[in-house]
Design a protein around this ligand. Structure first.
Ligand code: ZN
Length: 182
């Protein structure tokens, strides 16, 4: 199997951390992992946690990569809402390409134990929702100013959890809550 990333090396059989099967490029050091191999290993070792590496360099291919098995364009999946980092995944084959250092990056982001879940619709939807929430937060902060936004947020949380919230809201927003006139 030839490396579709560097187009120089070949992908030779290997084991990630000596744990699960992969193929590593003889030239660029990238790894090709079949999710079924990862999942099979994880099912046998549900309690394994990964130790973070002290130093590592990470590549993140921004251009489209071709799947080394099918030759089709791989899709890019965000790993989390607070990282711009994306992994390349081949849905037809169920394989993921990790550039050199990306496995170490996943460990540092506490995602190495969730590799298979990153490519699920649920994971991606959660990321989109978290990003949308963050965008709205930014909009409110901009509009109200940071201090007033935090104050309003606090009041809102208190109000929505309050059993008398409708009356409290009316009281707060009334022109003059001490007048009987409308
Ligand atoms: Zn390569």
């Amino acid at each position: 199997m030839n490396c579709t990333k560097c187009k120089q090396g070949s992908l030779s059989p290997s084991f990630i951390e000596g744990l699960f099967r992969a193929h590593t490029c003889t030239d660029c050091g990238g790894n090709w992992i079949l999710i079924e191999d990862y999942v099979a290993w994880k099912e046998r070792n549900p309690d394994v946690t990964f130790k973070e590496d002290a130093v590592f360099e990470v590549d993140d291919t921004k251009t489209a990569l071709l799947c080394p098995v099918s030759g089709t364009i791989m899709q890019k999946f965000k790993v989390s809402h607070d990282s711009e980092h994306k992994l390349d995944y081949s849905p037809q084959v169920g394989g993921v390409w990790l550039d050199r250092g990306e496995w170490e990056f996943l460990k540092s982001a506490n995602l190495a134990g969730s590799l298979n879940r990153i490519f699920t619709e649920f994971w991606q939807k959660t990321i989109r929702e978290a990003s949308a929430k963050e965008t709205f937060t930014e909009i409110y902060k901009e509009k109200f100013g940071e201090a007033d936004y935090l104050k309003a947020k606090e009041i809102r949380e208190w109000l929505t959890a309050h059993p008398c919230k409708a009356d409290l809201r009316a009281y707060i927003l009334a022109e003059d809550p001490y007048s009987a006139e409308r």
